[in-house]
Design a protein around this ligand. Structure first.
Ligand SMILES: [Zn+2]
Ligand SMILES: [Zn+2]
Length: 169
């Protein structure tokens, strides 16, 4: 078997972290990397000591989103779980500012607007993601461009064997 490149290696770790998530609607994992050194891992979850999605069920909110449907803008109703702290935010809570300066974040899913905003102010200089999140994609890309952060999707990445069933829905 060919040796894994660093991008694949760290994205695998982000997916490993995501398997810890107890939210059945979305499992997100992320790692902080400085040079080639792993400085932190995190996943989405309820605050420590508070019942999580597996115990208390997901906390669903419904929102309307403006979407392009066959070339027309339409309001589409969407559901999401708001019980958890997002993986990226947990990563920022559990790492030091000094460690983050000039570092790279690998995250299984493209960050939402709030997480992107926080990452943009966190000292991180590069964000690598795998699965797209179209809802916030455009404004997040603009923000990263303005901040001069490297923001890239890992193309051609394949999930490590055995992880598949747990994180794909
Ligand atoms: Zn949930
Ligand atoms: Zn987020």
């Amino acid at each position: 078997m060919a040796r894994k490149d660093w991008d694949t290696y760290f994205m695998d770790m982000a997916y490993m972290a995501s398997t810890r998530s107890q939210c059945n609607r979305r499992k997100v994992g992320t790692v902080l990397v400085q040079g080639k050194k792993l400085l932190g891992t995190a996943y989405n979850g309820a605050p420590m000591g508070v019942p999580d999605c597996s115990e208390a069920g997901c906390m669903i909110v419904e929102e309307y989103e403006l979407k392009q449907v066959e070339g027309k803008e339409q309001m589409v109703k969407k559901q999401r779980c708001v019980r958890t702290i997002h993986a990226e935010q947990n990563l920022l809570l559990f790492t030091d500012r000094g460690d983050r300066e000039g570092s790279t974040v690998y995250v299984t899913d493209q960050p939402c607007w709030t997480c992107a905003n926080m990452l943009a102010n966190s000292g991180v200089v590069e964000i690598v993601f795998h699965r797209p999140y179209p809802k916030d994609s455009e404004k997040v890309r603009k923000l990263m461009e303005m901040k001069g952060l490297v923001f890239r999707q890992l193309e051609g990445y394949e999930l490590p064997a055995g992880i598949l069933d747990d994180v794909i829905h």
